[in-house]
Design a protein around this ligand. Structure first.
Ligand SMILES: Cc1cc2nc3c(=O)[nH]c(=O)nc-3n(C[C@H](O)[C@H](O)[C@H](O)COP(=O)(O)OP(=O)(O)OC[C@H]3O[C@@H](n4cnc5c(N)ncnc54)[C@H](O)[C@@H]3O)c2cc1C
Length: 424
């Protein structure tokens, strides 16, 4: 590589994967990271003495998954996660029906999506649900049941309300086989393992990226940093905010893609207790209620951490509503939801923590989704390099595995390969 100099913007998994690969091949690599920590949307909080992941928790599909391979090479153990291992707590009086209905509902939705053809890009998932309800395909399901199915099978996956999601979001990307798994020692171990001895400058928020035929200048903390190539891995939310100045301005196709794609919100609230009051072996709890978006899905991390701890996942508009509260307010709301599930006389939690990804200035959301009018062509436009100087990576650039850790990791490696190809 003749010691070509590369600046990587962002020390999330995509930026670190790109930096690692280039450094290993003899490039001079500097990573500029705005936060005072690495990992980005891999963020394991240890304030209660156990790792609790406020960003990603799961490796989705461990078979052939580069994230599972990385975990293994770093000696990080995995724990399989079985979503079928669950208890459904139906507060609407139809105990046990939901399970049987899920397949019907999802098949109905998928059939409709495949018939919709090109309309799948402009219709929302909410439109599709009302359509199949009108056609009586799922007429026997109650509003609460449909709400629970949409939240648990769609909204929590894509981090957006069904009315924000293009129907095409359902079929986007590829799914890897094998069980899902969590990293009981914390997902951030992968970021630290990749970073190793890389030069990472923390608290270095990039304000401008300028390129010419000679190279790239990056404006950071009022100073200019020069390199031959830049790899930009900041989240889609940050690109949407326009906070980073690009000179020359980004090409139209890329600006359109940034506008078209949606940035979703998924937030977590964890509560720890002195003793478990739930079935200690059930991994997942589903709450079916007349407020289907609120606290519909809980995970039990007692087995993984050895501490009685439950976590709630909320997506879309309700995840945003929670961000308007402080941590104590979120804990109180979560505790109230648990009281509806496990009884009014629950012990108070010992402690709680929560995420607020939409208001996090270095993320401005959780992960990307296909909004009506966007297609995976937008992801390719986002991934495209500019004048062979400025390269792009990150989960939102991955048409195969958007919104995932492995998609981000692979996009970083791909950007590194593009730089290598030019410099060789
Ligand atoms: C709550 C939540 C749950 C999730 N669950 C899962 C899951 O279970 N499984 C899964 O596969 N995926 C999950 N994801 C998605 C996954 O976490 C992301 O796809 C992946 O971590 C993104 O990596 P990245 O490198 O693209 O971005 P990031 O990790 O966001 O890295 C980008 C980096 O850029 C930095 N940055 C931003 N602005 C600037 C600037 N101006 N200057 C310098 N640096 C800047 C940021 O601080 C950040 O460190 C989840 C995400 C969230 C938020």
């Amino acid at each position: 590589a003749d010691g070509a100099r590369v600046v990587v913007i962002g020390a999330g998994i995509s930026g670190l994967a790109a930096a690692r690969q280039l450094a290993d091949r003899g490039f001079k690599v500097t990573v500029l990271e705005a936060r005072d920590r690495i990992g980005g949307r891999l963020w394991s909080d240890r304030s209660f003495g156990i790792p609790l992941d406020l960003g990603a928790s799961w490796i989705h599909g461990t078979r052939g998954n580069p994230v599972a391979q990385l975990s293994e090479s770093l000696g990080q153990p995995l724990q399989d996660w079985n979503y079928e291992d669950r208890a459904i707590i139906d507060l609407t009086g139809h105990r046990g029906r939901l399970q049987e209905r899920a397949d019907e509902f999802l098949t109905g939705l998928e059939d409709f999506a495949s018939q919709a053809g090109s309309h799948a890009a402009t219709l929302t998932i909410r439109d599709a649900v009302s359509h199949i309800r009108r056609k009586r395909r799922i007429a026997h399901l109650s509003d609460a049941e449909i709400g629970a199915l949409i939240t648990n099978h769609v909204e929590l996956d894509y981090a957006a309300d069904s009315g924000e999601l293009a129907l095409a979001a359902l079929g986007e990307g590829r799914v890897l086989g094998g069980p899902d798994a969590i990293l009981p020692r914390g997902y951030d171990r992968l970021a630290h393992g990749l970073a190793g001895d890389l030069e990472v400058r923390l608290s270095s928020s990039v304000d401008g990226i300028y390129h010419s035929s000679n190279g790239v200048s990056v404006l950071v903390n009022g100073q200019t940093f020069s390199a031959d190539y830049a790899i930009v891995t900041v989240p889609l939310g940050v690109l949407k905010s326009g906070r980073i100045d690009f000179g020359p301005p980004l090409p139209d196709a890329k600006r359109k893609a940034i506008g078209n794609l949606g940035m979703g919100v998924l937030n977590k609230v964890y509560l720890t207790f002195a003793e478990p009051f739930w079935e200690p072996d059930a991994l997942n709890f589903i709450r079916v209620s007349d407020k289907p978006r609120q606290f519909a899905y809980w995970i039990n991390l007692s087995r993984a951490t050895g501490v009685p701890v439950l976590g709630a996942l909320n997506a879309g508009s309700f995840a945003r509503d929670l961000e308007a509260m402080d941590n104590a307010g979120r804990m109180a709301a979560a505790h109230e939801a648990l009281r509806t599930m496990f009884g009014a006389d629950l012990p108070v939690p010992k402690a709680g923590i929560s995420s607020a990804w939409a208001s996090d200035a270095q993320a401005l959301g959780s992960y990307s989704f296909l909004a009506p009018g966007s297609t995976s062509a937008d992801r390719l436009a986002l991934a495209a390099s500019v004048n062979d100087r400025v390269f792009f990576a990150g989960e939102a650039t991955s048409p195969d595995f958007p919104a995932t850790v492995h998609g981000a990791l692979l996009s970083g490696r791909k950007a590194a390969e593009e730089v290598q190809a030019l410099a060789s």
